[in-house]
Every structure is written in structure tokens, then in C-alpha cells.
Ligand binder design. Structure first.
Ligand SMILES: [Zn+2]
Ligand SMILES: [Zn+2]
Length: 163
């Protein structure tokens, strides 16, 4: 293997292969220190690109810069809504009253919620009791109907015997 930069042989220990053009370089010829190379060896092997390939990608990136420049301009436009917020101090008394109202509501609700809950529970209990009563009534009426049917059947049988 030969380094494309200095045209001297490259050993595995100092080899950097461009992931784009697959050409070999000394890490020193790619402007990496031995410490950098050791530290980032794995990531460099996966993602290293030589100078010419990075220049190409940079050119692509430069083509995209109008978009990236457009974003900062949007960021510069963002003070617009901020100015609206700055205007809002006129409305802040309303916001404070809203907070006050909400606080009042909170405190009222804190008092009211247990009452509401207990009333709900008691009403539910009452409803359950009512249901129980109704159920018992239904059971009783049902048993009454059954008794009546039994009576009717016995009467019917008696009538058939008489006939
Ligand atoms: Zn070299
Ligand atoms: Zn390359």
C-alpha cells in the first residue's frame, strides 16, 4: 500500500483509508497526530475521508449553506414574536388576574373537592342502596309471581280433576 499524499509505503499501524475513494494515507499525512489517531482509530476507520473527498463534501455543504443561512435569518426574524411578548406587559395585569383567579379556583377546589367527593360517594352509596332495595323488591315480586303461578297451576290441576 502506498500513501497518496507522500507516495511512501503505509503500514497497517499508520493506515487511514478514505471511506469515499478508498485511497490510503498515513494518518500523519491526513494531519492527525498519533494520539488523535489512536483515540479515534475505530471511528476514523469507519468514517475517515481524505482531503479531496472532504473538499467535495464541503462543496456540497456550501451548496446547502443558503438553507443553513436561511435558518439563522429565521432565527433573526424570531425577535418578532419576542417583541409581541415585550408588548404584552400591557396585558400582564390580565395574566396576573388569571393567575389569581386560578389560584382562587385552586384553593376553592381544594376545599370543594373533598365535599364533592364525599357527596359523590354518599350519593353513589344511596344509589347502591336504592338498587339493593329495588333488587330485593324485584326478588320479592318475582317470588310472589312464582307463588301465584304455583297457585294457578294447582288450581288448574284441581279444575282439570273436577272436569
Ligand atoms: Zn503519507
Ligand atoms: Zn477520498
Amino acid at each position: 500500500m502506498q500513501c497518496v499524499s507522500c507516495l511512501k509505503p503505509v503500514t497497517q499501524n499508520e493506515l487511514l483509508t478514505c471511506t469515499a475513494c478508498k485511497l490510503h494515507l498515513h494518518y500523519r499525512c491526513a494531519n492527525y497526530t498519533s494520539a488523535d489517531f489512536r483515540e479515534h482509530k475505530d471511528s476514523l476507520k469507519k468514517s475517515f475521508m481524505c482531503g479531496s473527498c472532504t473538499q467535495i463534501t464541503r462543496r456540497y455543504r456550501n451548496d446547502n449553506t443558503p438553507i443553513s443561512k436561511a435558518q439563522p435569518s429565521k432565527m433573526l426574524k424570531s425577535p418578532g414574536p419576542q417583541l409581541d411578548i415585550e408588548k404584552s406587559p400591557n396585558h400582564t395585569p390580565k395574566q396576573l388576574t388569571y393567575e389569581e383567579v386560578s389560584n382562587l379556583l385552586d384553593t376553592k377546589l381544594k376545599d370543594e373537592i373533598p365535599k364533592i367527593l364525599t357527596s359523590l360517594i354518599t350519593s353513589q352509596k344511596k344509589e347502591l342502596e336504592d338498587i339493593k332495595v329495588n333488587f330485593k323488591e324485584i326478588q320479592q315480586s318475582n317470588s310472589n309471581i312464582e307463588n301465584n303461578i304455583a297457585l294457578l297451576t294447582t288450581q288448574n290441576e284441581e279444575l282439570r280433576r273436577k272436569l
